[in-house]
Design a protein around this ligand. Structure first.
Ligand SMILES: [Zn+2]
Length: 409
């Protein structure tokens, strides 16, 4: 971070086109000056001046690696990217019993990743402190420190109100329920924080680095203990008015069905969530069976396990077909622990989606997640969320331009 020169007001920057240049590189990866000029519709001369200033500030530098999938053109050395010293972002993802942290540079390249287990009954303060400690450890592992951070994306269970950062829950027994996670984590970390639901973060990660790349209208579904979805419309995450958009698990598929702890009856999670799958298999597989055991049984060709998962897939497929009729996504990405069962779950989902959705099958596909939908995927999504705020969150921009060290002084 020492290479970042202090000085230069944000006002100056706003009157310049520097932010457009940074946005282009953030979105498309390393780029030649000529291409920046073409895409930004700014003259080559102006781009040369702007990029020289950004290089002098230590924000941009010559690209040291080639982005994935790009053809070798022999000129990679002339491409500009965010300097590895320009700052870092982090993603923290908390689920019931684990915290995962990922630290990346501003090109999204992983610098360090760590995880730790937490008690399922730990309160939010214990979780917040454990997350802070783990983040510091990961920063240190990557050869950096807290002052290198420009921003942190944090994933939590529940519905996070985008306007005030307060966590609500479909279920009020979640540790963060009613807590202003943005304020509390911001206080502990001293850097800009962005709070988002776990599954919504996985959606962003899948869109940036996984099976949702290049998809404009994406539906991501996580099938594990709970069932939840994330929607990207025109590449923007849909949150709903209170951050509750995507609570798929509590959509009722049977109004006379069993009572759910959310207060409804017949929620899909009661039929296709991991506890439901497990309870249907305890008679044949034993009382202490876990989802990992079920997946192992499926891999070994256990018919009872296969049948239960296929039935869950059928129910999920019919529900997702209705979702397609409401939202018309072009791709459904299926992740989460249960999805690791593979074709035995995915095939009936796909079959029922295609049978019952009005969308022509040529205009829709249903694919497995590439990032798996585990807590690590949410941490990756946290970094993607923070990176997406780089030029729009004033505090992050300020840290980027003034150098995080001087901003803290
Ligand atoms: Zn419910």
């Amino acid at each position: 971070m020492n290479s970042v020169n202090a000085g230069g007001s944000l006002l100056d920057l706003r009157t310049s086109n520097a932010i457009r240049v940074l946005d282009l590189i953030a979105e498309h990866g390393p780029m030649h000056r000529a291409e920046i000029a073409r895409r930004a519709r700014i003259s080559r001369t102006t781009i040369t001046t702007i990029t020289r200033d950004l290089v002098n500030r230590g924000i941009l530098s010559k690209a040291t690696h080639r982005p994935q999938g790009q053809d070798v053109d022999g000129r990679a050395g002339d491409q500009l990217a965010f300097s590895p010293d320009a700052g870092r972002v982090a993603g923290i993802n908390q689920v019931l019993d684990r915290i995962c942290v990922r630290v990346t540079d501003l090109m999204g390249e992983e610098v360090a990743a760590m995880e730790t287990s937490i008690g399922a009954k730990d309160d939010w303060r214990t979780r917040a402190d454990a997350a802070t400690e783990l983040l510091d450890a990961a920063l240190e592992k990557g050869g950096g420190a807290r002052e290198d951070l420009l921003g942190v994306g944090i994933g939590l269970p529940g519905q996070i109100n985008p306007s005030d950062g307060i966590v609500h829950g479909a279920l009020a027994d979640q540790p963060w329920h009613g807590i202003n996670a943005r304020t509390e984590m911001g206080k502990r970390l001293g850097v800009p924080v962005f709070i988002e639901n776990n599954v919504r973060l996985e959606t962003i990660a899948e869109a940036k680095w996984g099976a949702g790349r290049g998809i404009q209208n994406l539906m991501y579904v996580n099938i594990s203990s709970g069932i939840a979805a994330g929607f990207l419309f025109g590449t923007e995450l849909y949150r709903g008015s209170l951050g509750g958009g995507g609570e798929l698990g509590h959509v009722s598929i049977d109004i006379n069905g069993p009572a759910c702890r959310c207060g409804n009856r017949g929620c899909i999670v009661l039929f296709a969530g991991a506890p439901a799958i497990i309870s249907r298999l305890t008679a044949t597989m034993g009382g202490s069976v876990t989802m990992t055991d079920v997946l192992t049984a499926v891999a070994a060709g256990n018919r009872a396990a296969e049948n239960v998962l296929a039935e869950a897939g059928t129910m999920l497929g019919r529900l997702l077909a209705s979702m397609c009729n409401l939202l018309n996504p072009e791709r459904i990405v299926v992740g989460g622990q249960t999805s690791l069962a593979g074709a035995i779950l995915l095939d009936p989902i796909r079959e029922n989606v295609f049978r019952y959705a009005l969308t022509p099958s040529a205009a829709l596909d249903v694919v497995a997640s590439e990032l798996g939908g585990g807590p690590e995927a949410g941490a990756a999504g946290g970094t993607a969320l923070a990176l997406s705020k780089l030029t729009t969150a004033p505090q992050m921009l300020e840290r980027l331009f003034n150098g995080a060290v001087s901003a803290r002084a």
